[in-house]
Design a protein around this ligand. Sequence first.
Ligand code: SF4
Length: 210
Amino acid sequence: MKDERVVLISALQHYIFCSRQCALIYGDQTWAENYLTAQGVLLHERVDSVEMEVRKGIRYDRAVKVYSEKLGLSGQLDLLEKDLSSGQLMPVEYKRGKPKTHLADEVQLCAQALCLEEMTGQKITKGALWYFQIRHRVEIDLDAQLRQETIETVNKVRELLQSESLPKAQISKNCKACSIIDICQPNLFKEHSNLDKYLDDLYDIDKEDF
Ligand code: SF4
């Protein structure tokens, strides 16, 4: 990869949620880290990784740092499972809510798997999302379509952050669940004393959809 700057995997889900939110959160910070320095840090942190346990033939490693030089990506897995009999790896990501209508969680998981594949040389065919709200684990096929969607999202995030542009704010149902709405659209608060009600009236929203 020619550009030495990295995209953080966490930026991908923010981009899918709202490109303006992604630019506001990552616009200045993503490029602060040079790819090579990031790789060095990640390698050392991997070696120093501690929290590991083995249960019923599966090894569990937590907070595993991953990177891809090819894609210019870096991030961290919540959990990495390794089947000790087959050696098969599976990334697992924990989520607060429940499965969503968009692909932000799946793309994040797939990006982690793409990094793992480059680091280990192993094909990762499945990952898992564990949703706290419904106490349910969902296995995700990391198929060609999801891989393509993930790579396209990485490229779009990179383009956005390289351009240093800030997409226009567009009020949508996502705004209700947005943690930086006061930074993005401070006037909304001034114009609408009950912002929650205003957005509820505009959209039929289940906040846990996000
Ligand atoms: S308030 Fe809405 S437009 Fe602004 S960053 Fe959040 S989701 Fe995007």
